[in-house]
Design a protein around this ligand. Sequence first.
Ligand code: FMN
Length: 201
Amino acid sequence: MHFSSDEISSETAYKLLVSTIVPRPIAFVTSMDLEGKLNGAPFSFFNAMGGAPPVIVLGFQPNPDGSQKDTPNNILSSKEFVVNIVDEPLAVQMNICASSLPPDIDELALANIKTASSLDIAPPRIKASPASMECRLMENISLSGGGRIILGEIMHFHLRDDVVTQIDPLRIDINKLAPISRLNGPFYGRITDQFKIERPQ
Ligand SMILES: Cc1cc2nc3c(=O)[nH]c(=O)nc-3n(C[C@H](O)[C@H](O)[C@H](O)COP(=O)(O)O)c2cc1C
């Protein structure tokens, strides 16, 4: 079957995207508005984009009424945010933070999520996350349909001690990190089914 982007609705294009580009990693983003009001929400249009400097990308859809979500609003105004990786114990709380709530509601408090201070930026990281990255806004791209792509430069990586098995050279135990991923609809993936292929020399 074939779908041509200029012949399908944006809803169908979105469904094709989120059902075929799977699994997607999840960034649980903590951010603050200029008054210091804290916000947390998950985003699976997320990935690592470069190593020098370390760069991540986030993709934001507009709200159904066309307005912009609180997270991109906060990132654009404060220029800083934290990406927190989500493991299974955090999944239910992460999902609570995906509900559409007015900007004055602190989703993190509602989901009973504890935070820890960041080193260089105002938004705190999520204490229970196995890995958190303090980021600064690097680039903002507006899409014609109201969406937005934001690049962030990572200033600090925070990793739970048990995740780092060796410092030099660095070794991360991904089974300890145990990130979950977004599939389509309400489905999520685990990293418990793995196989190995060595790269040719
Ligand atoms: C696992 C998961 C992934 C999501 N990924 C995205 C995404 O990549 N882009 C997006 O705009 N919304 C995404 N959402 C929806 C937002 O989390 C949701 O709209 C949230 O209310 C936005 O909060 P905010 O207005 O506080 O930023 C996702 C939701 C879930 C549960």
